[in-house]
Each structure stands twice: as C-alpha cells, then as structure tokens.
Design a protein around this ligand. Structure first.
Ligand SMILES: [Zn+2]
Length: 329
C-alpha cells in the first residue's frame, strides 16, 4: 500500500489536522472517517497508519523495516478488516473477524511500538460484531489505534460513534478530479467527462474508466432515444437482457438514465454544467424529442424502478413493466 501523504488528492484540512494530532501526541485511539465512497478516505487512513507505525514524526520515513513491510503489505502490527462473503450473499463483517483481531492485538506488537487496526466499510459489521468491537473500544488493551472507515455513518451504532473521533471527508472538486485523471494519462475530454459523471469521487471516476462505465452510459442514451420505436418482441428481448444484469450494474444503468434526463432539464435552463458535457451536441440534437413534461414522466418511472431494484424483487418481471411504460411515455 501507499504509505506517504504525498499524492493524496484534496482534503488538505483533514490531512493537516491529522498530522498536527500526531505531532502533538494527541491522536485519539479511535477515529472514524466518514464521507462518500471513493473520495480517498482509505488512502488517508493508510498514510496515517504508516505514520503511526513508523513512529518518526508526522510522516512515515519510507526506509525503516516497518515502512518497507507496510509497502509490501506484510507488516505484522497492521491489521485490516474488510467485509467478507461468499457467492451472492451480501458481504458483512462478522463477529469472528472482530474476535480474531482482538486475540491478535492482545499480544505485543512485533515491529512497531503499537498496533493499528483499520476497519474498512465499518457499517457492514453486523450487530454482534459491533457489540464485540465496542468492548474493545471501551477498554483498549495495550497500544492500539483504531481507524474505522464508512460511507454510511447511520449504519453504525450510536455507542460506536460516541467512542470515536469523527472526521468527515467531502467530495472532490470536478476540476481537481479531471486534472488527476489527465495526470494518470487520460485524454482531456474523457477526463472532463468522467470527472463530471463521478460526482466528486476519484474512485468512482476510475471505476467508470475501468469498467467501461461510458459504454453503459451510451447504451442508456440509445435506449432513451429508441425505446419509443420498439415492437413487442424487442421489448421482451430488452427486458430479458436488462433483467439478467447484475443488480448493481442495472442500478448504475438507471443512474445514467437519470443523469441524461437531468441534462435535458439543464439544457432547458441555459445548459450550464451538464453531467454529460461530452455528449452536449448529441443531447441538443434530440432535445426536441424530450419536452419537459416527458422528461418528468421518465424521471418518475426511473425513480420507481430504482426503488424496486433495491427491494428483493424479480428483476426480469419488473423490467418488462418498466419497458412497456417507457415505450408509452
Ligand atoms: Zn519508517
């Protein structure tokens, strides 16, 4: 993993605070990083963990045995807990994961003079796991620093929240994101497009780029423009195709529909700062087919479908209903 503070995107205030707390020896033993997914919380937690384990001031030195071990992900005093699961079941953090950590931290550290425990996606702890962790947070044994990370603070017990110093991380400015994507080798127009679509999340932007998010978005646009001309056979075929997509992917596809529809509204209102800036010309060309009333009907339909997707329903059946209504709008 990356161990220095260098290259962290944004969050200068929070990074400054963390360094100061370390420098002054006032860092609380339990921290909770909150904020949207993909804005850099984990990267910052890792730099902080490295700083603490290196123990030579406010920045990991990068040369000691501890720093080298961390970079190779083999540091014996760094303990990371992530949600686990098998097959289609939702991933959770189970009590046995917390117990395994507890027995580990009961022993003396090996390389550093303390241990650091990082709990990623902490909201995925089940209640038993949370209660077990709570005991450790209330009565810490030995020198241990806990860093919990969550994008869903409300998913954690109040008792856990009250035991941690909370630090929130916001989204990154579009311009900063685009510049970072260019630095990573993306062409400027694509970088601008991805930055706008990813809502201030560098993780989101990179995922869009790697998972062909833009291809998925283009299929959403094609769907918007062509569904009106579908015949029944076409509708069944498309319902089957969409209904067989993994739920997460389908939700992403629906999110693209929403962004495209919002862009129509933005165009009616002067057209400043579209989500899909790179598609502006194309969207303007088809704007006449999407009068405001039709856009709102569409938004209502998509929003309903998003809710159903989150419930445990038969997606294929739902998609058939969705397509028939979309065809009629
Ligand atoms: Zn070091």
């Amino acid at each position: 993993m990356e161990i220095t503070w260098d290259g962290i995107l944004g969050h200068a205030v929070q990074v400054g605070q963390l360094k100061k707390l370390v420098r002054e020896g006032r860092l609380p033993h339990a921290l909770l990083f909150t904020g949207p997914a993909g804005v850099g919380k984990r990267r910052i937690a890792e730099a902080l963990a490295a700083t603490l384990l290196c123990g030579q001031g406010e920045q990991a030195c990068g040369r000691c045995a501890g720093c080298i071990a961390l970079q190779e992900d083999t540091h014996p005093d760094f303990y990371r807990i992530v949600p686990a699961g098998t097959g289609k079941a939702a991933k959770i953090i189970r009590i046995d994961q917390i117990r395994a950590m507890q027995s580990e931290i009961a022993r003396l550290p090996l390389l550093a003079d303390k241990r650091v425990v990082l709990i990623d996606e902490a909201e995925k702890m089940n209640e038993a796991a949370e209660n077990s962790l709570l005991k450790t947070l209330e009565e810490p044994t030995g020198r241990v620093n806990f860093i919990l990370i969550t994008s869903q603070r409300s998913g954690l017990l109040d008792t856990i929240l009250s035991r941690c110093m909370q630090m929130s991380f916001g989204t990154l400015p579009r311009k900063m994101l685009a510049a970072e994507l260019v630095r990573r080798g993306l062409p400027e127009t694509q970088a601008t497009g991805l930055a706008a679509l990813s809502d201030g999340s560098i993780g989101g932007a990179l995922r869009l780029e790697q998972d062909d998010g833009l291809v998925l978005r283009d299929t959403a646009l094609t769907f918007l423009t062509e569904v009106k001309s579908f015949d029944m056979e076409h509708i069944w075929a498309k319902a089957e195709e969409l209904g067989n997509m993994p739920r997460e992917k389908l939700l992403e596809w629906l999110a693209y529909l929403v962004m495209l529809l919002r862009d129509f509204l933005v165009l009616y209102n002067g057209g400043k700062s579209l989500y899909n800036e790179d598609l502006r010309e194309k969207l303007v060309q088809i704007l006449a087919d999407f009068p405001v009333r039709r856009v709102f009907l569409w938004l209502g339909l998509v929003s309903l479908m998003q809710k159903r997707c989150l419930a445990n329903v038969n997606l294929r059946l739902q998609m058939e209903g969705f397509l028939i209504r979309a065809h009629e709008i």
